[in-house]
Design a protein around this ligand. Structure first.
Ligand code: ACO
Length: 376
């Protein structure tokens, strides 16, 4: 019998492909998209330009970027079937269930099964333009409000907040939200991106890949953590209650959402930027509680467990200050990460091989079939 190497639980540290999209150095807390530091992109780029970078590997020249902005603005609307589905599901299904189902339905009527690069690029642009419309429409319908049509004169971020609330946001709020989208757009071979690539590698279509990714993102160990962070903050309720609540959770050996990371051994650079947004918004809104509770939790987790916050931690209070409901946070993550997912689908399709690992067999061997009436 040949000796089999023990599998790496959770594929930790296993390189599964070559990629030129995101580079993460978890030992020093550095993240780059296509070579550009995340802090530089957060300071100087915006979500649409960053999406172009992820899809093409290069920052777009002026005319290309202008065309992309126009294309995305024009493609925000949803087909009737998708709108009908949102209306049907909004009262009954969770936001992520609805998003997953509607994205899957966007494939209907499109010539689905192709891995053609040009077609996939068009679809990546359209999907990225449409996801915010699904999320905003869902929230409006479940609240008994009428759906707000997208506006072509607003930026990607401002238009989402407008469709959600019916009011055009301030430039400052739209810019903060846009930067949040930049920060969440891509992160290498995280679980949802890996799911997208596994799906794409079977030569399935980009809608299926994004649908797989949405289903994978929603779990609380991944993108679902931002909603879970807000629920923890709401449960704790006050700064004074943070310490006892945390100690109780740790004593019960519960995971504290928004902390820990498979790759980062120091603090996630995106979390630092989000922390500043939460701090600024707390001041602006005159409601320091959520920021102060978060900061206390962060300090205590560091001192009790030595574990740093991750990207989901301060995105929770940041989105809360913007008036976004907690159960929408993971959809907001998906609205951004769709750029990364689709970039990975393009990369996978450009140099494809079926992804098919193996398992070490640990079950019983050589069993004889026993008829049902003779089983003990
Ligand atoms: N709270 C308490 N303890 C933790 C946490 C946490 N958030 N994260 C890690 N630990 C502890 C574990 O209990 C474990 O301790 P042990 O060795 O004594 O058993 C040790 O640190 C290693 O943790 P693992 O879960 O094995 O680390 P892994 O790399 O598998 O998981 C993960 C990483 C899933 C992110 C984990 O840290 C976690 O569950 N965090 C909370 C959920 C979360 O915030 N997810 C979002 C991640 S970012 C993103 O996906 C966008």
């Amino acid at each position: 019998m040949t000796e089999q190497a023990a599998p790496r639980a959770g594929l930790e540290g296993v390189a599964v492909a070559d990629s030129a999209i995101a580079k993460i150095d978890g030992t020093v807390g550095e993240l780059r998209y296509c070579g550009y530091l995340i802090k530089d992109l957060a300071d100087h780029s915006d979500f649409v330009e960053t999406s172009a970078l992820l899809w093409d590997g290069e920052l777009p020249k002026q005319d290309k970027l202008a065309k992309l902005r126009t294309d995305m603005r024009q493609q925000r609307g949803l087909p009737t079937l998708a709108l009908d589905l949102v209306q049907r599901l909004a009262g009954e299904q969770s936001p992520m269930d609805c998003l997953r189902t509607v994205v899957s339905a966007l494939a209907i009527g499109d010539d689905v099964l192709t891995t053609d690069d040009a077609v996939n690029r068009e679809r990546a642009i359209r999907l990225t333009a449409q996801l915010p419309t699904i999320v905003a429409a869902y929230d409006r319908v479940r609240k008994g409000k009428s759906i707000v049509e997208p506006r072509e004169d607003l930026t990607h971020a401002a238009n989402f907040l407008y469709m959600l609330t019916g009011t055009v946001p301030s430039d400052e709020e739209a810019e903060i939200f846009d930067t949040c989208l930049v920060l969440h757009a891509e992160h290498g071979f995280n679980a949802s991106t890996f799911a997208a690539r596994v799906t794409a590698a079977t030569m399935s279509d980009i809608y299926s890949a994004v649908t797989s990714a949405i289903g994978t993102l929603r779990g609380p160990l991944h993108g679902g953590a931002n909603t879970a962070v807000m629920n923890t903050l709401l449960e704790i309720g006050s700064v004074d209650a943070v310490e006892a609540h945390l100690d109780g959770m740790l004593a019960r050996r519960e995971k504290i959402m928004g902390f820990g990371h498979r790759v980062y051994k120091v603090v996630d650079p995106r979390a630092l930027i989000l922390k500043q947004f939460a701090r600024d918004l707390a001041k602006q809104k005159g409601e320091p509680k959520w920021f102060e509770m978060s900061e206390r939790l962060e300090e205590l987790m560091k001192s009790r467990k030595g574990i740093d916050m991750n990207v989901d931690f301060y995105s929770a209070s940041t989105y809360h200050y913007m008036g976004i409901d907690a159960d929408l946070f993971t959809c907001v993550f998906a609205m951004s990460r769709v750029a990364g997912w689709t970039a990975h689908v393009l990369e996978q399709c450009a140099n494809n091989r079926l992804i098919r690992p193996r398992a070490n067999w640990v079950g019983p061997d050589d069993r004889d079939y026993v008829a049902v009436d003779q089983r003990s």
